[in-house]
Write a protein that binds this ligand. Structure first.
Ligand SMILES: C[S@@+](CC[C@H](N)C(=O)[O-])C[C@H]1O[C@@H](n2cnc3c(N)ncnc32)[C@H](O)[C@@H]1O
Length: 322
């Protein structure tokens, strides 16, 4: 059995018998006014973090959701789009599609605004998305791509890039590892399927996004996810996994490199009223300006005594202090 077949078998099993404790089932899902999440759907919250960012969902975007699970995030996306077929959710595991269909039917009973036609469930997988090139505004996946080995992650990201319209967004939430996961865990196909041993480091993860061609990446959240302990996982020291929420934009890569926003700001504190770095950034004295990590580095090196760079907050959604 390949590791992808093990994952498919695993998700077929947990579609039929929800596994409490897998991924985020202990935390309550994103609450929205007038949205009721059926208990069965909540028990199948096999994601980490969230991919549903309201700021990305104005203008009735088309959404392609990869790896539907119990349908929770497909329902949350439908909450914003509220039209037939606006959310297409793809999964190769028949039992998972069936569970999602059942849960969405339950959601219909509890949410007068919801119509099952708002979410179309399709057979398909992350390496072969059943939609045309450049046809989708938002591709989302939660806690799936971390399962993939690096070469397959590259394939999945290329496929997401293919189907996105220019300017479209890839919204992801995945575990990342605070240090490389040792080979004996990486090669454990069941742990990988459980989102516990395939995670890349932050740098490896963002490098894959850059290599796929995304010109701008925004980090929306970074939180502790799991601690792999010494005894259970045969480690020398405990290994912390974090969950990382990100939005990657299909825009041209700037000549000087991809912009990754992690919540840093630059604040000018020199003797003038403002600083113009002649590279598109005007900093007014004392006022923080959101900058990407690349610009933060350049400003820190170019103006070491006049510009303060604040730490990454690991939350960036357009900047501004209020
Ligand atoms: C960890 S669960 C996440 C489910 C859902 N995203 C959530 O947040 O609850 C992974 C999901 O991806 C599906 N899956 C497994 N292999 C896949 C593949 N190659 N392509 C697309 N989906 C896949 C599984 O059936 C399962 O529904």
């Amino acid at each position: 059995m390949t590791y992808l077949e093990t994952a498919a078998q695993f998700y077929s099993d947990v579609a039929e018998t929800p596994q409490v404790g897998l991924c985020c089932v202990q935390s309550s899902p994103l609450q929205l006014p007038g949205l009721k999440v059926p208990l069965q759907m909540q028990e199948m919250n096999y994601g980490c973090g969230t991919t549903v960012h309201p700021a990305e969902l104005s203008g009735e975007p088309s959404v392609l959701y990869v790896g539907v699970g119990g349908g929770l995030e497909a329902l949350q996306f439908a909450y914003f789009s509220r039209r037939s077929g606006a959310v297409v959710a793809v999964d190769p595991v028949a039992a998972m599609r069936e569970a999602a269909a059942r849960n969405l039917q339950l959601a219909t009973q509890e949410n007068p605004w919801f119509n099952p036609s708002f979410v179309e469930l399709r057979e398909g997988d992350a390496f072969n998305l059943p939609v045309a090139d450049r046809s989708i505004d938002v591709v989302a996946q939660n806690c799936l791509f971390n399962i993939f080995e690096p070469a397959d992650l590259t394939r999945a990201l290329q496929e997401a890039y293919r189907v996105l319209k220019p300017g479209g967004r890839l919204i992801m939430s995945d575990p990342i590892a605070t240090r490389p996961i040792p080979p004996h865990l990486q090669q454990d196909d069941r742990l990988r399927a459980m989102c516990l041993s395939g995670a890349l480091t932050y740098t490896e993860y963002t490098q894959h996004l850059i290599a796929a061609g995304f010109g701008q990446i925004e980090i929306r959240a970074r939180r502790p996810y799991r601690l792999l302990d010494v005894q259970t996982y045969d480690l020398d020291t405990p290994l912390l996994l974090e969950s990382l929420d990100s939005v990657s934009f299909k825009v041209e890569i700037p000549a000087d490199g991809v912009c990754i926003f992690t919540g840093k700001t630059a604040v000018y504190h020199g003797s003038e009223a403002m600083l113009d770095d002649k590279a598109g950034h005007i900093l007014q004295k004392g006022l923080p300006v959101a900058v990407c990590d690349k610009t933060a580095d350049k400003l820190a090196k170019g103006f070491p005594n006049e510009v303060l760079i604040t730490d990454s907050t690991w939350h960036y959604d357009g900047g501004g202090c209020c």
